[in-house]
Ligand binder design. Structure first.
Ligand SMILES: NC(=O)c1ccc[n+]([C@@H]2O[C@H](COP(=O)([O-])OP(=O)(O)OC[C@H]3O[C@@H](n4cnc5c(N)ncnc54)[C@H](OP(=O)(O)O)[C@@H]3O)[C@@H](O)[C@H]2O)c1
Length: 264
């Protein structure tokens, strides 16, 4: 797909990966629909996009609320007619032992990270199917492949995202619509500003820039693949986990548990 004049909708566009993805698509002449809860932040991103001479729309929306997503999709489709690329990127994590997290805290991660994605797909897929074109990019994480202590409920939401995407990909075969999951390792964004991460070292030396992940999202929007892991070499670790689970799982589990025990 040539992105010029295409309509790209990005959830979680007020910061981090989503904001950078908006900039990268805008550089290629795409129209950008910016979705998140904080309107003032979305307005700032929209201001930054003005120099690219494209159409933009700021649409504040809490993706975990299906009524808001329905309203938002109505507004978007009235203004743009269709969405060519839907980037489901809104997401967050709460760090801590499952025994210490409240049911609401666990549910809230599923509601935004998984149900938010599903609500957006349910509202935009019909127009894509009618047009027989489009691509859905779901931003998951390597946490979609490894169940880790401290972020068990976050992992569950990303496993769910990957499973849903795999099933839907088979359903969409032959329709002209693609779906690809982008799964990065740690990225330097506001993600770790959540108070539950307070005592964690903010970033590891290997953590990625938003730009690296944004570039992978652009690649994903034109890819026939189910999942793009960023960086690519981490695909080896996922293969290793599935092939030798009894070897890698205890090592990873022990090291993440040690970190959790030391700061909680
Ligand atoms: N940073 C990492 O290490 C990392 C690694 C792998 C995957 N990811 C994934 O990458 C995605 C983007 O995260 P990021 O790293 O860029 O973090 P970020 O800077 O904190 O961005 C998260 C975005 O999601 C939006 N958001 C959160 N809850 C929302 C809701 N209920 N409705 C609408 N928007 C909502 C936030 O905007 P508002 O607060 O304005 O709503 C913000 O724009 C997430 O899905 C995350 O799971 C991150």
């Amino acid at each position: 797909m040539d992105f010029k004049d295409k309509n790209i909708l990005i959830t979680g566009a007020s910061s981090g990966i989503g904001k950078q993805t908006a900039i990268e698509f805008a550089k290629l002449g795409a129209n950008i629909i910016l979705i998140a809860r904080r309107k003032e932040k979305l307005d700032e991103v929209e201001k930054e996009l003005k120099k690219f001479n494209i159409l933009t729309l700021v649409c504040p929306c809490d993706v975990s609320d299906k009524t808001q997503v329905k309203e938002m999709s109505k507004t978007v489709l009235e203004k743009f007619g269709s969405v060519d690329v839907l980037v489901n990127n809104a997401g967050f994590a709460i760090y801590g032992y499952v025994k210490d997290l409240s049911v609401d805290e666990i549910e809230s991660q599923m509601k935004t990270n998984y149900f938010g994605m599903m609500y957006c797909i349910k509202n935009f897929l019909p127009s894509m199917l009618e047009k027989k074109s489009g691509h859905i990019v779901n931003v998951a994480s390597v946490a979609a492949s490894f169940g880790l202590p401290g972020i068990a409920s976050y992992c569950a939401s990303k496993f769910a995202m990957l499973g849903f995407s795999e099933g839907l990909k088979h359903e969409l075969n032959g329709t002209g619509i693609g779906i690809t999951v982008v799964s990065p390792i740690m990225v330097r964004t506001e993600f770790f500003d959540h108070p539950s991460f307070e005592k964690m070292p903010k970033y590891s030396p290997t953590s990625l820039s938003s730009k690296t992940v944004a570039k992978a999202i652009l690649k994903a929007a034109n890819s026939p693949r189910l999942e793009i892991i960023v960086p690519n070499l981490v695909r080896g670790a996922v293969w290793f986990k599935h092939t030798f689970p009894y070897f890698i799982n205890p090592i990873l589990g022990k090291s993440f548990k040690k970190q959790l025990d030391s700061i909680k």
